[in-house]
Design a protein around this ligand. Structure first.
Ligand SMILES: NC(=O)c1ccc[n+]([C@@H]2O[C@H](COP(=O)([O-])OP(=O)(O)OC[C@H]3O[C@@H](n4cnc5c(N)ncnc54)[C@H](O)[C@@H]3O)[C@@H](O)[C@H]2O)c1
Length: 351
């Protein structure tokens, strides 16, 4: 499969590497507004290094990975889909609900795969939580707690990463968008949203620094959610799932799990901890990029599977991308109106 990359910054360089290294993929072209960035990603491959979207779309290729800033995802996604390419787009799919819908509709019209880079699904601690629930280790799921945060504005290198309208919002559209997807991935479709958000710390108009919410799935099972840009201890996220026979926790960074199970609600408890020392050591030597790269390799493998009609993979589809942005907009609306926001079931986009 011939793959092109749009956006060759921090994430795009890692995405390009995953394509260069995969035995079944070939890098066809790299597009960036900086020709040096594009050339660096294309190095040693013979791929075109380009600065014009029109020229990029003229290169023969089967699929496009989009890792440019969020406010230019729409143009890139629509261009690629209209030319019949499958698309794997970084999170968030776009910066507004309307824009996400345009992209999803374009993928449906073109009958192409639209996948979204919710790569936390591929982090071992999140995978462990998903498997524990699916294998019935904690019994019937009762509720989730999800959290994602970091210290906020000092984390950002460029304006589009945190300033609305380009960013589409604040903590909910940044680390929080991953956790919305994790909640949906574990709960099933999120159909009700109640939330409160605030901009009182960093005071960036339209970019919340805290959002606290309750989501419910179609069966009424809730998740409590908190996305923050005022976390004192740096980047971290966790999810805790509670069932009638135990609980399971997935944490990062560092990567960790805790599983507590019991045969009956008042019975003796068994505890299992996973600490992933090899990941901790690798990150000490090669930073978090090495963990992101591992997840991008997994996503690429499953993207190829989806283009071949195999859909039973963890890779997030366009509906996951749309729903995560819809949920962020619903928290905003709920915070303004004090109302619960209802959303229809979307389900899976490709089957
Ligand atoms: N999944 C993850 O773990 C993760 C982590 C960080 C960022 N992201 C997402 O990845 C994307 C890129 O983030 P980043 O941290 O790599 O940003 P970055 O600033 O490092 O890179 C963005 C690149 O896009 C280029 N660019 C700007 N406008 C462009 C255009 N119109 N066409 C093509 N290229 C253009 C820039 O020159 C830059 O090289 C964003 O969508 C972001 O939300 C995902």
């Amino acid at each position: 499969m011939r793959i092109g990359i749009i956006g060759a910054g921090v994430i795009g360089q890692l995405r390009a590497r995953s394509v260069r290294e995969h035995p079944s993929t070939e890098l066809a072209a790299v597009l960036d507004t900086s020709v040096d960035a594009a050339a660096k990603a294309a190095e040693g491959t013979g791929a075109h290094a380009l600065t014009s979207l029109a020229a990029f779309l003229d290169v023969a290729m089967d699929a496009v990975i989009i890792s440019s800033p969020v406010h230019v995802h729409e143009e890139a996604c629509l261009g690629a889909l209209e030319r019949g390419r499958h698309v794997l787009c970084e999170k968030p799919l776009s910066n507004t609900v309307e824009s996400c819908r345009l992209i999803v509709d374009a993928a449906i019209r073109a009958d192409r795969i639209l996948a979204v880079g919710f790569n936390l699904r591929y982090y071992p601690s999140i995978k462990f939580v998903k498997d524990s629930i699916d294998e019935g280790l904690i019994g019937d799921l009762d509720h989730l707690r999800v959290f994602g945060g970091h210290e906020g504005l000092p984390k950002f290198r460029v304006d589009w990463q945190y300033k609305a309208p380009e960013s589409g919002g604040g903590a909910m559209m940044d680390v929080g968008i991953h956790m919305t997807d994790v909640a949906r991935y574990l709960l099933g479709e999120i159909t009700q949203v109640y939330g409160v958000m605030s901009e009182s710390v960093w005071k960036v108009p339209g970019s919340e620094d805290n959002a606290v919410a309750v989501f419910r799935n179609a069966k009424g099972i809730p998740a409590t959610y908190h996305a923050t840009w005022t976390e004192w201890k740096g980047y971290q996220f966790y999810v805790e799932a509670y069932g009638n026979l135990g609980m399971v926790r997935g944490f990062y960074a560092p990567m960790q799990n805790l599983l507590i199970t019991q045969d009956r609600p008042t019975g003796p408890r068994k505890k299992k901890r996973l600490l992933y020392p090899e990941i901790m050591l690798r990150e000490k030597l090669k930073s978090w990029h090495s963990t992101a790269l591992q997840s991008f390799r997994g996503e690429l493998q499953d993207f190829l599977a989806m283009t071949e009609g195999r859909f039973d993979v963890p890779l997030a589809d366009g509906y996951a991308g749309l729903r995560a942005v819809e949920v962020a907009a619903a928290v905003r609306k709920s915070s303004e109106t004090g109302q619960v926001i209802h959303l229809p079931v979307l389900g899976r986009m490709h089957q």
